[in-house]
Design a protein around this ligand. Structure first.
Ligand code: 13P
Length: 287
């Protein structure tokens, strides 16, 4: 069943585990993630960036596909359909399209504008029964063409945004989208602790989950992180499995070119990775 993400994240915060947000890009992705979460009996947040939404021909298509697939696969675990790094307009479009959760990323605005826009969207989201994530201090790297410098969020600004009634908060602590550079300094746990102390125990979100060492992810979960986002790593395992299939010439054997065969190794690789992440976050059996 599609639900908003509030309850699953409050439970995760209190139970000291992390709920996965796996980003989806197409039908195969969605199916692999849903099957993994059902297998592991884990709640899940399906993240949809504005670019991925566009690629899938729009948020309405995504919502219709996810709702129908959830039903036809007989998924029993809680599933939230969540806009990832949304603009103000994108957030409104997702509320109208039937998403159950949105992220408004106003981190590139000054704090006053971020507060003003987040405040409006909190009201809109809650009026429609959706949960809402906000962001303070941009996440580094490039996500769908949006470049973030990777700031450390200011706890006082985090407190301002939290006070608006957002349900969970993304705060930069040195995390980066995509692949981490070799000289990456790691997560700033002191900053995470200060943010956690300043934000009334709101479930915190760790973006840029790809490539963060397991021990750091687990430590972040002990310091208030209740949601961990993974996108790039699914893309990497999908690409690798697909490449192997083609390099082995399997697309040229029999009907190996059939997309149902060609895309199967990549889809299986995503499913396997999701199961491993769920276990590492301690979210297995928490549905
Ligand atoms: P990665 O692509 O680094 O896993 O980050 C995902 C993310 O944070 C989505 O918002």
């Amino acid at each position: 069943m599609l639900v908003n993400a509030t309850r699953m994240l409050l439970k995760a915060r209190d139970g000291h585990y992390g709920v996965p947000q796996f980003n989806i890009n197409d039908l195969e992705w969605t199916k692999s993630v849903l099957l993994a979460c059902e297998e592991m009996k884990s709640p899940v947040i399906l993240g949809v960036s504005e670019g991925a939404g566009k690629y899938m021909t729009g948020f309405k298509t995504v919502a219709a596909m996810v709702k129908a697939m959830d039903e036809s696969l007989g998924i029993t675990v809680p599933v939230a359909l969540h806009l990832d790094h949304g603009t103000y307009e994108g957030a409104k479009a997702c509320i109208a399209a039937g998403f159950t959760s949105i992220m408004f990323d106003g981190s590139h605005y000054g704090i006053d504008e971020n507060v003003a826009k987040t405040k409006e969207l909190v009201e809109m989201a809650h009026d429609h029964g959706l949960s809402i994530e906000a962001e303070v201090g941009s996440i580094g790297g490039v996500e769908d063409g949006v470049v973030g410098a990777g700031e450390i969020a200011d706890p006082a600004e985090c407190a301002k945004i939290t006070a608006l009634g957002v349900d969970f908060l993304a705060a930069g602590i040195g995390n980066i989208h995509g692949i981490y550079p070799a000289n990456w300094k790691g997560l700033d746990f002191d900053a995470l602790d200060r943010i956690h102390q300043a934000t009334n125990n709101i479930p915190l979100v760790l973006h840029g989950g790809t490539g963060i060492p397991d021990e750091m992810v687990k430590k972040a979960i002990t310091l208030g992180v209740a949601k961990v986002n993974i996108n790039t790593e699914c893309q990497l395992v999908f690409a690798e499995a697909t490449r192997k299939y083609i390099e082995a010439g399997k697309d040229q054997q029999g009907k190996g070119y059939d997309p149902r065969k060609l895309l199967a190794p990549g889809a299986e690789a995503i499913q396997k990775l999701c199961c491993e992440k769920i276990k590492m976050f301690g979210c297995d059996g928490k549905a």
